[in-house]
Design a protein around this ligand. Structure first.
Ligand code: FES
Length: 175
């Protein structure tokens, strides 16, 4: 798996795109290059921009529909910029029965966004998924890799607050 840390040095997308071209070129002769290149792209930009898709298709000589097909098949990949924290609410049967829909409603109200959208401060993206394999802990939500179990709509504010606080702490560290 390609490991490329997302750049936090303020590079604009043109610079990142140049870097991506180097990465794609280094994979060019390797079989099965498409997925590692997409992983590298996602890590570099935080999502997969249109320009990157065109470069990947051109350099790896893969048809555009195939590149899009892979991107849309794997939930890890995103065609839109995501927030620092990706919140995914499980809407599988066990979670749904335990009130996952009310959690989605609470999150939408708290964040003032719809499913698939990102908050203007780029902190949170809201998404839903199907059975995360922890039905005994239903209802659950995941925030990046953190699992929150037995979540209640009334507990959503507290969960979000912990991540917002984390941002404030990081900002204080940076100043
Ligand atoms: S249904 Fe939510 S974890 Fe299985």
């Amino acid at each position: 798996m390609a490991k490329v840390e997302k750049c936090s040095c303020g590079d604009d997308e043109a610079v990142l795109l140049e870097r991506l071209v180097e990465i794609i070129s280094s994979f060019k002769t390797k079989p099965g290059a498409l997925i590692p290149v997409l992983q590298a792209t996602q890590s570099l930009f935080g999502y997969i921009p249109q320009e990157a898709i065109l470069k990947i298709s051109e350099i790896l000589n893969e048809p555009l529909h195939k590149v899009y097909g892979v991107i849309t098949f794997y939930s890890f990949f995103s065609l839109k910029p995501r927030g620092k924290y990706l919140i995914r609410v499980c809407l599988g049967t066990a979670c749904y029965v335990q009130g996952a829909n009310e959690i989605v409603t609470a999150l939408k109200q708290q964040l003032n966004i719809e499913i698939g959208e990102t908050t203007p401060d780029k902190l949170f993206t809201l998404d839903v998924g199907r059975c995360f394999g922890a039905c005994g802990l239903a209802p659950i939500i995941m925030v990046n890799d953190d699992v929150h179990q037995f979540v209640k709509p009334s507990g959503v504010k507290k969960i979000l607050g912990a991540y917002k606080k984390n941002k404030e702490v990081n900002q204080e560290e940076e100043t």
